[in-house]
Unconditional design. Structure first.
Length: 366
């Protein structure tokens, strides 16, 4: 069986991470992934952005079971952790949480991380199984003192070697190198997985690196291992499973995505990769008009972009959640064009690992 040092350190069966995919819920998906031997991640960003967007929170709430919502976002997150622990007790599955730490949500991000530390405090089982914090979309350095006061395994997501060096400075336990082909938020200056992943591995010796962006099967997993990664994080692939909390229309958009089936346009927090549709193509036109920097690697500031343009993204997501096909907007990675089925998480994981073993055997015989 293919195992890496990351598997040993986290106690997971396979070198696979199910990506956090906020601001949408991944509560049920996380449980299914943890039960299947994958590191499952809860997305906390809808709770962080609750003060800005009730619409997003409403989409997130669809993934709640009765009794999950608490009086504050922090209490809600703790309840989600408790429910996840309960639902993964039999398998002893390992899970974690993804918290976005960008400047505009500094306060709420701190609340989420504090809730994660607190819920683990007096519960040895929670400490053992709520094992990982994945921070993203910001500078990891200011968070080091708080996170390193616990024994959480801390990973940070990066789109460049420069950002990976910041992770080393912050003392993270692992780095997720996320290439431009990945789903939803991407970087202003495109760097794809094939270049980014080995460059981060080389720049950060001794720190486990996980690849993200474009991974969806056993062959791509083996490719990541060949590039020096200790595992892969998959977003779009896990989104398109039976247990995934995303609505059917979203999954259908991935299943239908054809050759070159994604576009990059300006979303509310920056460039984002969407599944190609009339709506997302309209967003590309608007981006060219107000925010051409997306395509030339030059960050814009929001002053050039009218508010109604920024709000388009949320309108599109809300339409998807209401089942309005003509106005639907969905996000996903380039690998959407390689995804053609809706398996259970267990079936998917077994297939990925079987294909990875077969691929290794084939390579050995060359
Ligand atoms: C719908 C969607 C939402 C996402 N939301 C987040 C998020 O809230 N935080 C984050 O760090 N990454 C987010 N991502 C990126 C994933 O964590 C992951 O890195 C990416 O999907 C990997 O590329 P792939 O889609 O090719 O697997 C999101 C991806 C998708 C598809």
């Amino acid at each position: 069986m293919i195992r890496t040092e990351l598997c040993e350190r986290l106690g997971i069966k396979y070198p696979l991470i199910q990506a956090g995919m906020g601001p949408f819920g991944t509560n049920r998906l996380c449980i299914a992934c943890a039960n299947a031997g994958v590191l499952g991640l809860i997305s906390a960003s809808a709770l962080e952005f609750k003060f800005m967007s009730e619409d997003t929170y409403e989409m997130f709430k669809r993934t709640f079971e009765p009794g999950i919502e608490g009086p504050t976002p922090a209490e809600t997150l703790k309840n989600i952790f408790r429910r996840t622990l309960e639902r993964t007790r039999e398998s002893g599955g390992i899970f974690g949480v993804n918290v976005m730490v960008s400047e505009e949500v500094r306060g709420p991000a701190e609340e989420m991380i504090r809730a994660t530390l607190e819920v683990r405090e007096d519960d040895p089982e929670m400490r053992r199984r709520l094992r990982v914090l994945v921070t993203s979309a910001g500078n990891p350095v200011p968070w080091a003192e708080m996170v390193k006061s616990s024994d959480l395994f801390w990973m940070h997501v990066v789109p460049s070697v420069r950002a990976a060096r910041k992770c080393v400075e912050a003392g993270v336990d692992g780095i997720i190198a996320s290439g431009h082909e990945g789903g939803f938020h991407v970087a202003w200056e495109p760097l794809h997985t094939m270049t980014l992943l080995p460059a981060v591995v080389d720049a950060c010796p001794g720190v486990p690196v996980v690849g993200a962006g474009g991974f969806c099967d056993g062959r791509t997993l083996v490719a990541a291992l060949a590039l020096g990664a200790q595992g892969v994080q998959m977003g779009t692939r896990f989104l398109c499973t039976q247990e995934s909390d995303f609505v059917d229309l979203w999954k259908e958009s991935i299943l239908k995505a054809g050759d070159r089936g994604t576009v990059v346009a300006r979303g509310i927090v920056g460039p984002a990769r969407y599944i190609r549709s009339p709506f997302s193509e309209e967003m590309v036109e608007v981006t060219v008009k107000y925010s051409p920097g997306v395509y030339t690697g030059k960050p814009d500031d929001l002053t050039t972009v009218p508010v109604e343009v920024l709000l388009k993204e949320m309108e599109g997501f809300s339409a998807t959640y209401r089942g309005e096909r003509e106005r639907a907007l969905t996000a996903g990675g380039e690998c959407a064009q390689r995804i053609n089925d809706l398996p259970t998480v267990k079936e998917l994981v077994e297939r990925i690992m079987r294909e990875a073993e077969e691929t290794l055997a084939r390579l050995r015989s060359l």
